[in-house]
Design a protein around this ligand. Sequence first.
Ligand code: ACO
Length: 330
Amino acid sequence: MYAQEVKSTGKPVKSLEEMAPEERAFQQKIDADVKIEPKDWMPEGYRKTLIRQISQHAHSEIVGQLPEGNWITRAPTLERKAILLAKVQDEAGHGLYLYCAAETLGISRDQMTEQLLSGKAKYSSIFNYPTLTWADIGAIGWLVDGAAIMNQVPLQRCSYGPYARAMIRICKEESFHQRQGYDIMMKLCRGTPEQKEMAQDALDRWWRPALMMFGPPDDQSVHSAQSMAWKIKLNSNDELRQKFVDQTVPQAEYLGLKIPDPDLKWNEARGHYDFGELDWSEFYEVIKGNGPCNRERMEARRKAWEDGAWFREGLMAHARKKEARRMAAE
Ligand code: ACO
């Protein structure tokens, strides 16, 4: 199985012979591409891994609204403002589908939010970088949503039914997001020299963080081997990163922009671009909470949660009243 070839630092993946009968039947279902549904038996590790990944994905969609929301009031035209508003609202919708998918595994949305606010659950490293100019909105759509699509298209075929189905709609919307980002970059690159410079500056700042979105190199990835055996992940981190580089370099060339990597070059023998080492110490600092905007992002989420307390209480009071009325009528 390919999963076992991935060099991962996690626990070794059990072979079918080492599994108890229930677990073996479960793995055989996965190997035969049968979807796992919420009421099916599943190993505790499968359930926990899915909750971790889906909730982290949901938190990323929600936190991801913040850097772009920063530009809604400053979008250069009414049309750009309407497009950006729609995109940011889509991200909120993605977060909601994903929270619902995770809830089918026996965790509540409140618990997931508490895990985010306590620092137990992560969200994507990329959203801890600031959006300094309008070109950053183009770079996010082009590179960040582009990387998200690269990662999420295969997840439409993942083994857990509710996650796979949520991904179908999410990927359709992400394609529009990627296209709008590239369109912003095209306009800037065909504009004045200052506008083109702004686009290059955004690419210079977002390129490496975008490559890090795919996660640590395979030999440092704790979860890849087991997650791939369970088809919670369908490709390894390095595999997707390479695919993204190969796809994006020609797009940068079309824009007339230069990828900020002196080691980037086409390798005819491999049939792929070679690219320079990434600074993984920066990645680990960012996911530990020490990126440029981590504190600001968490404060915004905490404030939203606290400000929404009266609304959640109101909803619960309404639900309790409705339930009491229903019971009285029975
Ligand atoms: N940002 C923050 N944390 C990360 C990132 C990242 N870009 N990449 C990896 N990590 C974390 C993992 O969560 C894990 O930490 P944990 O054990 O505390 O959860 C640790 O680094 C080791 O990484 P891996 O073993 O490689 O983790 P995993 O197998 O979960 O792979 C990946 C990471 C590729 C992000 C995977 O979880 C995934 O595909 N998730 C679904 C897609 C997603 O979440 N996208 C969000 C981004 S973008 C967007 O939605 C717009």
